[in-house]
Ligand binder design. Structure first.
Ligand SMILES: C[S@@+](CC[C@H](N)C(=O)[O-])C[C@H]1O[C@@H](n2cnc3c(N)ncnc32)[C@H](O)[C@@H]1O
Length: 284
């Protein structure tokens, strides 16, 4: 039987980092030995370690599917707008594919041979390969040392929204060298307006409001690691002016245009759309 640990217990455990880390490790281990399962409303099986789903009941399944469908519809529309007829043969890459919340929707609309899923979580990557037929790549070294297959459409949903500033820069450089000329990249992160609802991220976050707002105002980004995790992974906010400038600087001439859709992802995270310049025509 699958059970979910009550959130109140998780929050109490976070105050004892050693115990919290041990509990996370145990939970992941248990998820590793349990088989994937079907969840009402979800196409394909769900991995027990998929943290993007709240539970295995029908309501959780429907929410997981609805958000995935809506985001993939949005990505397809952006790809069509950028690539025109070329969208029909576009090479897709999801950076931070997890356990396939979005991939399982994408492969219903795009042949899986044209879809690559990459993640630091090898288990998630292998699951996506086995269940969805996509090509998987484990990001087993820092982003600056990685080479990914060239993509016409790259998306990283809810990825830089968890990383510190150095890693965000490295991921942006990886994105820039992975997207083909004329292609498109779509990234999401938390914008300033979400600071007004920090309770949605867990009970310990509202107390950080003032310091996060101050960081955002003076450096353009704010990041705090998840309690007790012991690595550079947590929650990150970006001021759009700062991140747009950072993207323009790191992409240079490769970029034709970049825009931000505030709260453009599920009316929550800001969505950044990077449109890459077409290949320069050879001089005649
Ligand atoms: C919040 S989950 C989002 C998963 C998926 N994009 C979705 O929206 O359902 C973030 C994912 O990013 C992955 N991730 C974090 N840092 C990464 C990095 N440097 N390179 C690739 N994946 C990364 C995590 O392992 C995790 O699977």
């Amino acid at each position: 039987m699958y059970t979910r640990v009550p959130r109140s217990l998780i929050e109490r455990l976070k105050h004892v980092p050693v115990a919290y880390r041990a509990a996370l490790g145990a939970r992941r281990l248990i998820g590793t030995v349990r088989p994937p399962r079907t969840v009402p409303g979800v196409p394909g099986r769900v991995h027990p370690n998929d943290t993007m789903i709240d539970g295995f009941d029908a309501t959780s399944g429907q929410r997981y599917t609805a958000t995935g469908e809506a985001t993939v519809d949005q990505l397809l529309a952006l790809a069509q707008d950028q690539l025109g007829p070329g969208a029909a043969t576009a090479r897709w890459l999801e950076l931070g594919c997890g356990y396939g919340r979005l991939m399982r929707q994408l492969v219903q609309r795009v042949p899986s041979e044209r879809v690559v899923g990459a993640d630091i979580d090898a288990q998630g990557v292998r699951f996506c390969e086995a269940e969805l037929g996509v090509t998987g790549i484990v990001c087993d070294r820092p982003p600056d040392e990685l080479e990914l297959p060239t993509a016409d459409v790259l998306f990283a949903v809810s990825v830089i929204s968890h990383l510190d500033a150095d890693l965000v820069d490295a991921v942006l450089r990886l994105v820039v060298r992975t997207v083909a000329p004329g292609g498109i990249a779509v990234l999401s992160t938390h914008g300033p307006s979400t600071l007004a609802h920090l309770e949605g991220y867990g009970p310990s976050w509202p107390a950080l409001h003032d310091e996060l707002a101050a960081d955002l105002a003076c450096q353009g980004w704010a990041h705090r690691t998840y309690t007790g995790l012991g690595r550079a992974y947590g929650l990150t906010w970006h001021d759009p002016e700062f991140l747009l400038a950072r993207i323009r600087t790191l992409a240079g001439d490769a970029l034709a245009d970049v825009e931000v859709h505030r709260r453009g992802l599920e009316a929550h995270q800001d969505l950044y759309v990077l449109r890459f310049a077409p290949e320069p025509r050879p001089a005649t």
